[in-house]
Design a protein around this ligand. Structure first.
Ligand code: PMP
Length: 435
């Protein structure tokens, strides 16, 4: 009997024993192709020598020192590197240990910024339906996933949700992508007006929606229109790149492809590539300067923020992604995987949509392709695909199941960036068996 409090009390997963490139190996020696990198975490596979050596070297120096007393070379170098690579305007880094912490820090920073700049009435957050931003209370309240929110309602933080940019289900017949993006930006502005624009502090969104919708990018122009609404009303734009950031979509920051500049950006998963838990919140110079000139103290903090070993791992990951050219390879490798998926599933009666960017791809599973009808949730299609894939030796990330007719079941693919041609074929074959 296991004494671990598991994710699901009725499911006992196999024990992991090892990893080899893109493969995971369980205690019985069974090999699984890692088609989802956990949840878009393991971007370098499971045995990256350079990252492992960097961690070991740091452990030999010092594993941990509290940031209340010390900073460290790896933390300083990581922050310098991130800012050099980040979209213009992001000038400071707050290091944390994961995605929810990064989002939570972003929300608290936005709130403190407005309190210190004489706008304490700005407390509302507008996010999007069907979104996931983490499981801590603030991040959970920000997410628009009804199923996750329901057991904890009423949530501690009041948030408001508008439609996601989800062309497959949201764009009307005959409506252009431009018109669709503008319609959604207008919906956001109407929500702002309804709440009173000067009571809203931030709009929060993932550039490419991962877990809840299955790699759904926004239509071109959507984020520019959202940014304009934010600017018109003095609202901060917080982008959650916890899942889609760090090269996953073909650019280091996903928002680069939307031509939009956030005020605050949360990153995590791919930053540590699974070798260490780490996350970061990046913010604009304007926000930082306001707090520096005000209280001088961001009222936040965690014991493990800026953990030297985690930072050494992340620094090595960034080196692999940028200096060693691995991130630059994501777009062509993603094109290859996408072409193979289209070849295999393009006409499949139960695959309604194949979408995404780079190596962040999703398939939407439907009962009826013509009418885009989702499966009856009672059929638990995503859970069955997950199980069948697992049996076939593929780890993928099926999610969904419509709760309100607004989304279907989907499979999210986020393999390590080192996925080669043969492994691409193996992934698609095994997924085909499962579907
Ligand atoms: N934001 C997004 C977009 C995520 O996908 C996740 C994790 N799936 C989180 C936040 C929370 O990250 P963590 O699980 O590391 O707390």
């Amino acid at each position: 009997m296991s004494h671990i409090f598991p994710r699901h009390t009725l499911i006992q997963p196999p024990r992991i024993a090892g990893g080899d490139g893109v493969y995971l190996i369980d205690a019985d020696g069974k090999r699984y192709l890692d088609g989802s990198g956990g949840a878009a975490v393991s971007c370098l596979g499971h045995s990256d020598r350079k990252v492992l050596d960097a961690i070991k070297a740091q452990l030999d120096r010092i594993a941990f020192a509290h940031t209340g007393f010390f900073t460290s070379d790896p933390a300083e170098e990581l922050a310098d590197r991130l800012i050099a690579l980040a979209p213009e305007g992001l000038e400071r880094v707050y290091l944390v240990s994961g995605g929810s912490e990064a989002v939570e820090a972003a929300l608290k920073l936005a709130r403190q910024y407005f309190i210190e700049t004489g706008q304490p009435q700005r407390r509302h957050v507008i996010a999007r339906q069907q979104s996931y931003h983490g499981n801590t209370l603030g991040a959970l309240a920000t997410g628009g996933n009804r199923w996750r929110r329901a057991p904890f309602a009423p949530l501690l933080m009041e948030t408001h949700h508008v439609s996601p940019c989800y062309a497959y289900r949201g764009q009307q017949p005959g409506e252009t992508a431009d018109a669709y993006g503008l319609r959604l930006a207008r919906e956001f502005e109407s929500k702002l007006e309804e709440l009173g624009p000067d009571t809203v502090m931030a709009f929060v969104a993932e550039p490419v929606v991962g877990a809840t919708l299955g790699a759904v990018p926004a239509v071109p122009g959507y984020f520019k229109a959202i940014r304009e609404v934010c600017d018109r009303h003095g609202v901060l734009l917080i982008l959650d790149e916890v899942m889609c950031g760090m090269g996953r979509t073909g650019t280091l920051f996903a928002c680069e492809q939307d031509g939009v500049r956030p005020d605050i950006c949360a990153i995590a998963k791919g930053l540590g590539a699974g070798y260490q838990p780490i996350g970061a919140m990046l913010c604009s110079g304007t926000i930082y300067e306001a707090i520096a000139a005000g209280s001088g103290f961001f009222q936040h903090g965690h014991t493990y923020m800026g953990h030297p070993t985690a930072c050494a791992a992340a620094l090595a990951v960034l080196g692999r992604l940028t200096d060693d050219g691995i991130a630059a390879d994501v777009a062509p490798r993603g094109d290859r995987l996408r072409a193979a998926l289209e070849d295999r599933f393009g006409q499949h009666p139960h695959v309604g949509d194949i979408r995404g960017r780079g190596l962040f791809l999703g398939l939407e599973l439907v009962a009826d392709r013509e009418n885009r009808t989702p499966f009856d949730p009672a059929r638990k299609v995503n859970a069955r695909v997950k199980r069948a894939a697992f049996e076939a030796g593929l780890v993928c990330y099926p999610m969904g199941g419509t709760i309100d007719g607004q989304r279907g079941d989907h499979v999210l693919l986020a393999p390590p960036f080192i996925l080669d041609e043969d492994q691409t074929g193996e992934l698609v074959d095994k997924l085909g068996v499962a579907i």
